[in-house]
Design a protein around this ligand. Sequence first.
Ligand code: MG
Length: 256
Amino acid sequence: MKQPLWLILFSILIFLGGVYSNGQTAKQEVEKWKVHDPDRPMPPVVDPGPAGNPVPAPSDAIILFDGKDLSQWTDGKGQPARWKVENGYMEVVAKTGAIRTKQNFGDCQLHVEWASPVLVKGEGQNLANSGVFLMNIYEVQVLDCYKNKTYADGMTAALYAQYPPMVNACRPPGEWQTYDIIFRRPRFDDKGQFISPAWVTVFHNNILVHNNAELIGPTTHKARPPYKAHPDRLPISLQDHGSPIRFRNIWIRELE
Ligand code: MG
């Protein structure tokens, strides 16, 4: 039976519409906006409720920081980490550099608690900046964005330079906040050829802010470079961006 022309054209339009809305690659989605585009809309603010007690680590977790010492961490050169430890938390000591875990990790579930200084100093990216780096390469931004404006892809809980969080779930400065990160590392073959990207799910203060987001490469400042082959397991690192951010109760579950 011959279909009327209008029906054929209509079907083609519906098909193309489907390809456009569902077939978009992560790269196309990320590149809809320039890196750190000031016009990229900020996500809506959601009040996560008051801070709670430290979340107990499950029995199969590896404890990376229990508030007592930095024995699981080194500085960037493999020397003892020089951040301050007191009252059950560690605090960034400016200019001592990022710290990283002694142990290497690939796919994982990571729990981190952090707080920004009560004394609000600076603005934008200089207001209480740090970061949680999966594999020392892929950053979940730590920043005080409680009433602080910055570019959307660099705000609190952003997958830096790629995805803003779905909502702004910040607590006020000084209050403890949580990240629960589920990370699947990128895959490369024996020859270093790219096989599959990294996927990241993040809960900020128990609120879903990234739902299996596909990273298009390493997260860097003002650039979106492509993937470069790296080992299957690398350290978790915490950034020294000069702000006295505090961390406590860090634990990880290996997923591979
Ligand atoms: Mg940062």
